[in-house]
Design a protein around this ligand. Sequence first.
Ligand code: ARG
Length: 264
Amino acid sequence: MKRFLMCEPKFFEVCYVINPWMEGNQGKVNSDLAKQQWNNLHDIVAKLASVELVEPIAGLPDMVFTANAGLIHKNDVLVSSFRHAERQPEAQHFAKFFASRGYRVLHLKEETIFEGAGDALFDSKRRLWFGSGIRSASHALEEIVAALKVEVHALELIDPHWYHLDTAFCPLPEGQAIAYEKAFSGASVNALDDAFGEDIIWVAETDAGNFACNAISIGQSIILHKASAELKSALKQRGFEVIETDVSEFLKAGGACKCLTLEI
Ligand code: ARG
């Protein structure tokens, strides 16, 4: 059974701007609605997997996005080192959590920016895809290889709206994936096409804007905020079941279903 880490939105709000989605949304989060949406997502995930919770900390509103806590590989966790000062204090809390759960806590060099599973995703063949260009530093790649001894493929993100790899790419079971082309450099689009061939679904702009690539995949279920009829039928044809759950309040902070979870 898969296990996911989540963090209750007790202190969630938009009170600074570190990505384009947050612009104009300061003070606009409906906290009650956010809690309700988070509970719905939690319950959906908890039916298909087990869920662990990390204590939310006052003053760290983006801690709900546990995907950015770090990158897990076996019993190791490579803890994030955030680009923006607003999120930097989260790292110590996540590190403490992982240590308390018996993980071996690893860090990259102090000046190396790395935003965890937001920018580093394993596919079903255990190849690690690492996205840099907006948040994580490209040179983190060599350090990830050295720390975790895994095969890593670099992808270049080119649009600030798709600032984390998991906003534009989601590996699925059995060698499949969904992705949004405009988030990537031409070379990275080619790299994904070469690696996934027919098995990659390139989503339309509307789906990308609805954070359809920010999906949680558990077995044949794909949990996401919203998907078009086309995307749903493409996924259905491949044997997947799409579960939509509204996370509109979290979209105001530039995140959706997948970034509210971390597979541990
Ligand atoms: N406001 C957060 C940030 O900009 C959202 C993070 C979403 N996380 C993710 N893995 N995409 O850092």
